[in-house]
Design a protein around this ligand. Structure first.
Ligand code: ZN
Ligand code: FE
Length: 251
């Protein structure tokens, strides 16, 4: 069984180091130094780097870590031209064996066209990069709202007790956006908790998929109450999602 260490990187990125007694893999190493420091401190041998997508704040540590550890880089097939030094390209439904743990690959385009998520059933963990955030979802830099909505539906179909490890700490501002659309006690309560967390430099990650399904409006575009809150009672889920995404872009 693996421990998952959350490493703060850059201004609001998270990288994740999963490790046992002596081996490790890292998901989305934003930068080299904080990851290297943790590996040295725990005397870990880095075996794999997993990249969810090609943005620099998710691959920035790749090159130096690979140089130090001769580890294998695993990245989306669709990012072949965007991510250097990759050893293993993966696509939808590939099953990887990473340090004796099975990992399922989901293609979740929208934020970028090649974006993938990694699901480890044995760890009850999904690494969602910039697709699903706690209380939000990624901006659509390359894909369409339809792609992103379908990607979020894929993640929503995972077991409810899945812990979501995402690429950024955006939760408090996401919560404030939700409160601007629907006002209820649970989101107000959540904002208070998040404000306390922020004051103590705490993290809101991982978040449980079941909690996201309760509160994250981007996972609820097919929910009548959400449609009604937007004055879109008779609209389909995709139109509701598209509206939510554009409201958030301008929030
Ligand atoms: Zn990104
Ligand atoms: Fe990012």
């Amino acid at each position: 069984m693996y421990n998952i260490e959350i490493i703060n990187c850059l201004s609001d990125n998270y990288s994740y180091i999963c490790f046992n007694d002596n081996e490790a893999f890292v998901v989305d190493p934003s930068e080299y130094t904080p990851i290297k420091n943790f590996l040295l401190e725990k005397k870990l041998d880095l075996k794999f780097i997993l990249n969810t997508h090609h943005h620099h704040d998710h691959i920035g540590g790749n090159r130096e870590l690979k140089k130090d550890y001769d580890c294998k880089i695993i990245a989306p097939k669709k990012d072949e031209k965007n991510i250097p030094d990759v050893d293993i390209f993966v696509e939808q439904d590939n099953i990887l064996n990473i340090l004796d743990t099975s990992c399922q690959v989901f293609e979740v385009p929208g934020h970028t066209l090649g974006h993938i998520a990694f699901y480890f059933e044995a760890l009850d963990a999904a690494f969602t990069g910039d697709t699903l955030f706690s209380l939000g979802c990624g901006r659509l830099f390359e894909g369409t709202p339809e792609m992103m909505w379908n990607s979020l539906l894929k993640i929503r179909s995972l077991p409810e007790n899945t812990k979501i490890y995402c690429g950024h700490e955006y939760t408090l501002s996401n919560a404030r956006f939700i409160a601007s659309v629907v006002n209820n006690d649970s989101i107000e309560e959540k904002i208070k908790i998040l404000e306390r967390l922020r004051n103590s430099n705490g993290r809101s990650i991982p978040t449980l998929l079941s909690d996201e399904m309760d509160l994250n409006l981007f996972l609820k575009a097919d929910n009548n109450e959400v449609a009604r809150a937007l004055g879109m009672e008779h609209a389909n889920a995709l139109d509701v999602f598209t509206r939510l995404r554009s409201l958030k872009d301008n929030f």
